[in-house]
Design a protein around this ligand. Structure first.
Ligand code: ADP
Length: 334
């Protein structure tokens, strides 16, 4: 009952997304990960056991939630969804655990943000499908054990490094999602244009892909924006020219960098002379949480070779100086 699960979903509209693939066959890219998940699914079905707990990590918008939702669909089991920040005490988690039916999936997004008390509460649930509930306090306190149905926790995190070792170790499988290739993004855009009943040319889809920073969520957002632009100002078809114009209006450059990305690079260059600069210092200067920089800005800039990480902080590369149209300092020049 996926629909019912949404009533408990954190109030983020992206959980309910018409563009989300609903079966494993519709998931584009991440071939090795998908193949391993198929094996886990087949084994679980053959043994008639729940899937082992699975941890998915990778930058936002790469398909962690999508995969977590596809798995129970493939198994024909129930699905529940919650997120680390909305579980402030064990009592917030308890209903999800007791509701979990046999073989069902409980998806915990941002699992690195579970408070320690909730984390400890989850250990016996993951290991022995059991919870220990303490009633009363002081001398009258007593603990009762409650047996749960065997079920599966799928955790998602943008930061495996922030997970404690005991929690990480309780996941039987761990999978890392990486940025998508251009042709994969182009495929996603073409498929989703069809779902949205919008006509798009192949070169326009490739153009949107190029500016989507390897991220399906970005690709979908840009597709929707280009569609709005095409409907509002043109004849509704997304041609290459329409896509270019619409994306230019949004300030997305030909490497997919947006205003905030360029501001980040400019901050390192102008305030910190190109770096190294600590992420906290950059965050303070930009007046943006360091978490946002680390989750949403830096991974793509690192992959593109626009910044480097050193023990002393972030450094803008030669490529970055040239990209924003500034003269690189002498010591960066070959
Ligand atoms: P995450 O949970 O990692 O932040 P999501 O699973 O919410 O990312 O993915 C964001 C959107 O991108 C989804 O709604 C879906 O439409 C699209 N998407 C993600 N991964 C894929 C994929 N492999 N194939 C097709 N579309 C995808």
């Amino acid at each position: 009952n996926i629909a019912g699960a949404f009533e408990d979903a954190p109030d983020q509209p992206e959980y309910d997304d018409e563009l989300r693939p609903s079966r494993l066959n519709d998931v584009v890219g991440q071939a090795a990960v998908v193949e391993r998940i198929r094996i886990l699914l087949d084994a679980a079905r053959k043994r008639n056991e729940p899937l082992g707990h699975l941890l998915l990590d990778g930058p936002p918008g790469l398909g962690k939630t999508t995969l977590a939702m596809v798995i129970p669909k493939e198994l024909g089991t129930d699905f529940q969804i919650t997120a680390g920040p909305s579980l402030s005490a064990p009592k917030d988690l308890l209903p999800y655990l007791t509701n979990a039916s046999e073989g069902s999936v409980l998806f915990i997004d941002e699992i690195h943000r579970l408070p320690p008390a909730v984390e400890e509460f989850i250990y016996p649930a993951m290991e022995d499908f059991r919870v220990d509930i303490t009633l009363g306090d002081g001398l009258n306190a007593r603990t009762i054990n409650m047996q749960l149905q065997p079920f599966t926790i799928i955790g998602a995190t943008t930061r495996t490094g922030m997970l404690t070792a005991p929690l990480r170790d309780r996941f039987v499988s761990r999978e890392h999602l990486s940025f998508y290739m251009l042709d994969e993004l182009t495929t996603i855009i073409c498929r989703n244009a069809r779902k949205l009943r919008t006509e798009i040319s192949e070169d326009a889809a490739a153009e949107i892909a190029l500016r989507s920073r390897g991220t399906p969520r970005k690709a979908n957002n840009w597709l929707r924006w280009c569609r709005d632009y095409a409907d509002a100002r043109r004849d509704g078809t997304i041609s290459l020219e329409v896509a270019r114009h619409a994306l230019q209006m949004k300030g997305v450059d030909d490497r997919g960098l947006e205003e905030l990305d360029r501001q980040y690079l400019e901050t390192i260059m102008t305030v910190f002379n190109g770096g190294p600069a600590g992420v906290q210092a950059i965050a303070h200067t930009m007046n943006i949480p360091a978490d946002t920089l680390e989750d949403e800005i830096e991974p793509y800039l690192l992959r593109e070779g626009l910044i480097q990480r050193s023990p002393r902080g972030r450094i803008a590369t030669m490529d970055a100086w040239l990209h924003v149209g500034r003269t690189p300092p002498d010591d960066l020049r070959p």
